[in-house]
Design a protein around this ligand. Structure first.
Ligand SMILES: [Zn+2]
Length: 133
């Protein structure tokens, strides 16, 4: 099923082609990162000047409006929104820690978690901090 990922602030599509494009800042270096839209696939593409140190917290921004994508659920998570082709959608929270694999697809009535570190934030209140709907 195809999913469209978009910025929760400006609505820009973040996966105009296949990969999800985000701006990322690691220490003093900023750049663009490509993420797989496939839940549980942690393959990333980075420019060579951007070296990710395991365990380091990254800052993610919308490449269109520069809004900070930090999650409201936990300071170690970032979030984007998604819509599914057949209708429905929600948001995706994912870990900002390099090398930590934890992703949560949060829709109106369920949370699906992915990644071998998913338990780390599994007990956070994903429903309590939405934007109303
Ligand atoms: Zn934006």
């Amino acid at each position: 099923m195809k999913r469209k990922f978009y910025c929760p602030k400006c609505d820009a599509t973040l996966n105009p082609n296949v990969k999800i494009v985000l701006a990322v800042v690691s220490g003093d270096t900023r750049g663009l990162i490509l993420l797989s839209p496939q839940p549980g696939n942690y393959q990333v593409f980075l420019p060579e000047e951007l070296v990710l140190e395991e365990g380091k917290k990254l800052d993610f921004y919308c490449p269109a409006c520069q809004a900070c994508l930090n999650s409201t659920v936990d300071e170690n998570l970032a979030q984007v929104a998604y819509r599914s082709e057949g209708g429905g959608g929600g948001r995706v929270d994912f870990s900002r820690i390099a090398g930590e694999h934890a992703t949560y697809f949060v829709s109106q009535d369920e949370i699906r978690s992915f990644g071998e570190n998913a338990e780390t934030y599994g007990t956070r209140n994903f429903f309590g901090s939405g934007e109303g709907e």
